[in-house]
Write a protein that binds this ligand. Structure first.
Ligand code: PLP
Length: 295
């Protein structure tokens, strides 16, 4: 029996202001994802690369972990040696050059520390020239761990301070800040707590707050709260949604957009990807950025 997927009802599609594709023969802008792979092809580096490609961005990839997973869950993962993760970042930036970067699953304290060190060295992250979107991936939607519990401290003290934008989901916010987001006031408190950890901008995503008929993401820079609202798409096929949002933000930043503009774009993008999601395997199907090829 299927445990996850429920097809989104066909209907009017939300509007998306697309990012431009590079003309033939012209080198696209580049972005780097530092993350884990998904053997099921729905989340992680596979999701990031697809969204970046569909947003006119050449995706460079630093693999931090290889997961063993399908639509039913993650049954294990293999960590890449921290120095190899850092070496991938360094060699890409030195030769190809990137105008934005994104972190996803980093698995361990040692990998987080190695990534933070190389990002600082090559000029990626808060306070440097190249913006960094930090998606502090802790677990899959099935609850399978993607980060060792002992690494939460490094997420708080090493990774988040490097974030131009940090994009946790509600479970990750609970683990990182101890705040249970249930309404607007707890969402604001969580955004403030994430910002206090050192992120330049924090996002509190409302997608998992299923009591609301809409999905509102809250963006905070220590001063202003900005809200981005989209219709809630009724589907269980939302695997890779968080990665896709963060990769779309990184793509828009690579195109030179401001953080609020990048988040506004990414919200539209992920909503359309949810509208085009599909059944896959016996569990949760993926969001689908390939809609751009067909519409
Ligand atoms: N696998 C990898 C490698 C990921 O990076 C992520 C999310 O960031 C997931 C799985 C989980 O995705 P979801 O929560 O959409 O199932």
């Amino acid at each position: 029996m299927r445990s996850g997927g429920r097809r989104a009802a066909p209907g009017r599609l939300t509007r998306v202001n697309l990012l431009p594709l590079a003309p033939r023969g012209q080198t696209p802008v580049r972005a780097l994802t530092i993350a884990g792979t998904d053997s099921g092809g729905g989340a992680g580096i596979q999701a990031d690369s697809r969204t970046m490609a569909m947003c006119g961005v050449h995706a460079c990839v630093a693999v931090a972990a290889v997961t063993v997973q399908n639509s039913l869950g993650v049954s294990g993962f293999h960590e890449i040696p921290p120095e190899t993760v850092a070496a991938q970042v360094r060699c890409v930036v030195e030769d190809i050059g990137v105008s934005a970067a994104k972190t996803g699953m980093l698995a361990s304290t040692a990998i987080i520390e190695s990534v933070a060190q190389v990002c600082t060295e090559v000029g990626i992250g808060h306070g440097h020239a190249i913006p960094l979107v930090v998606d502090p991936v802790c677990a899959s939607m099935h609850g399978d761990p993607l980060l060792h519990a002992e690494a939460l401290d490094a997420v708080r003290t090493v990774l988040i301070p490097l974030a131009t934008v940090v994009t946790p989901n509600l479970d990750e916010i609970r683990l990182i800040t101890g705040i249970d987001v249930v309404d607007d006031s707890t969402a604001r408190r969580a955004a403030e707590a994430l910002h206090a950890l050192g992120a330049q901008w924090s996002i509190v995503k409302g997608g998992h707050l299923r009591t609301s008929p809409e999905s509102t993401d809250l963006l905070f820079d220590g001063d202003r709260f900005l809200e981005f609202t989209s219709p809630r798409i009724d589907t269980g096929n939302d695997h890779g949604g968080g990665d896709t949002l963060a990769a779309a933000i990184a793509s828009a930043l690579a195109h030179g957009r401001s953080v609020p503009d990048a988040v506004a774009f990414a919200k539209e993008w992920v909503t359309r990807c949810l509208e085009w999601s599909y059944d896959l395997g016996g569990g949760h199907g993926p969001v689908n950025p390939l809609w751009r090829l067909q519409s």
